[in-house]
Ligand binder design. Structure first.
Ligand code: AMP
Ligand code: TRP
Length: 341
């Protein structure tokens, strides 16, 4: 069976382990909406709460963050009638398939994951077993839907390679052509949005400094303040993008500007090359506020009715399970597990 035999289907997920950032929006959400609107894919988007709890989450915060992430998806343009939107734990097939993949994946593969090494750090003896097995659950998320395409930011590339390895090893070991070899979709000018305080670190919801990121819930004043205080070198913007090569903070702000305004980085340089930060940063803040304020307003409106968000997630989970349940049943059968008829 070739991959052309599979329905074109997109799966992607975001951890509700904190409020979402501009990095999540530009690297992930914006792409999710484009793939939905392209009309060529069935799209399945998931708040991966089971992944979030691989590191400690306060239960009430987790619930709030899950609803807030769902609100962000909808505010960004995901239509729950056209795409499937749900939280992972409501579709038990993810955890069930992940167990099978725990038996397929090898310890050595997991140990080489940079996210594991970064998150577990020197204290890996004390990290949760779930954090180590995280990529097998991620492979299950994707493969429970036979997803063919997975839009993500640059940091997820290695996990997607592992997903392909798991699919290939399963197909090989059981001598089947059952799981597709999924294509990562890592595209656009902002697949890696960096911290506003340190141009060598990615912008992250878990960074201790709130000034390092733009949260999707930040108001206009906060957004302006954060961009104005963003760390840069003292030089003005050069004339060409290539000259930003060794200036990570400056390049990051240009990338953000391009991604938010939907133009190429060359177009940004053509217009702003030679400008000082006193000129460029306020302009960037303006563009960001213009783009983000309507989204933040919509998120707040949706968050005022958590019952409605829960209804949407429950309905999405029902539709997700209709796809995942038969794929899981077939997997059990291939493996030799006896299932009730
Ligand atoms: P996470 O917040 O780690 O669950 O990430 C959810 C999605 O957002 C994944 O596709 C990530 O690759 C993407 N993402 C997270 N942070 C960034 C960032 N700073 N720049 C670009 N994409 C990001
Ligand atoms: N690991 C991803 C991240 O931290 C989140 C995720 C979980 C995911 N399952 C997924 C992304 C499946 C894409 C597809 O960003």
């Amino acid at each position: 069976m070739t991959d052309a035999a599979f329905t074109p289907r997109v799966f992607s997920g975001i951890q509700p382990s904190g409020g979402l950032t501009l990095g999540n929006y530009l690297g992930a959400l914006k792409r999710f909406v484009e793939m939905q609107d392209a009309g060529t894919f069935e799209c399945v988007y998931c708040m991966v709460d089971l992944h979030a709890i691989t590191v400690w989450q306060d239960p009430e915060e987790l619930r709030k963050n899950t609803r807030e992430a769902a609100a962000a998806f909808i505010a960004a343009g995901i239509d729950p009638a056209r795409s499937i939107l749900f939280n992972q734990s409501q579709a038990p097939e993810h955890a069930q398939l992940a167990w099978i993949f725990n038996t397929v994946a090898r310890m050595g593969w997991m140990g080489r994951m940079t996210q594991w090494k970064d998150k577990a750090g020197k204290n890996s003896e004390n990290a949760s077993l779930g954090l180590f097995a995280y990529p097998a659950l991620m492979a299950a998320d994707i493969l429970a839907y036979h997803a063919t395409h997975v839009p993500v930011g640059e940091d997820q590339k290695q996990h997607l390679e592992l997903t392909r390895d798991i699919a290939a090893k399963f197909n090989h070991d059981y001598d089947v052509d059952f799981f597709p070899i999924t294509e990562p979709v890592i595209e656009g000018p902002a697949t890696r949005v960096m911290s506003l305080r340190d141009g060598t670190k990615k912008m992250s919801k878990s960074d201790p400094s709130d000034m390092s990121r733009i949260n999707l819930t930040d108001d206009a004043d906060t957004i302006s303040k954060k961009f104005k205080k963003a760390r840069t070198d003292p030089e003005p913007l050069p004339e060409t993008y290539a000259e930003l090569k060794d200036r990570p903070e400056a390049r990051n702000l240009v990338d953000i500007f391009a991604a938010l305004s939907g133009v190429s980085t060359d177009a940004v340089m053509a217009e702003h090359g030679g400008a000082g930060w006193g000129q460029f940063k306020p302009r960037l803040a303006e563009v960001a506020v213009e783009k983000m304020a309507p989204m933040t307003d919509e998120m707040n409106r949706l968050m005022a009715d958590p019952g409605e968000i829960d209804r949407i997630l429950g309905e999405g989970a029902g539709r997700a399970r209709e796809i995942a349940a038969p794929i899981l049943a077939k997997t059990y059968d291939i493996v030799g597990l006896i299932a009730s008829k």
